[in-house]
Design a protein around this ligand. Sequence first.
Ligand code: AMP
Ligand code: ZN
Length: 114
Amino acid sequence: MKKDCIFCKIASGEFPADKIYEDEDVLAFYDIRPQAPKHILVIPKLHLDSPGEAKEEHDALMGKVMRIGADLAKREKIGDGFRFIFNSGENAGQTVFHIHLHVLGGRRMTWPPG
Ligand code: AMP
Ligand code: ZN
């Protein structure tokens, strides 16, 4: 756990969130400022700042984050069209520096992203 990390605090239960999935490794909750009708965040409980920090030892964990994201998309009835996004670094729009997968769905997505 990293001091002053909001997502570590959510993972430890110190800060509330609208959780939809939890196991020993992974937590998922609804984004507080949804950018689509369904906007879920999936995080590993382990603190990593960003995708740019992930190493080979995190392969299984990050694979699980994505598999859980896809399972939740099905559970939330957006399994036929959803978008996975990892922002890495300020230039990419990252604002919370605890690695997280955005799962967005429930509307038509546009391309290219902004
Ligand atoms: P990013 O810009 O990729 O770092 O995404 C961070 C996301 O976390 C944004 O979509 C925020 O709306 C969301 N967020 C920030 N604080 C919270 C919180 N306490 N609970 C749920 N979502 C949050
Ligand atoms: Zn953290």
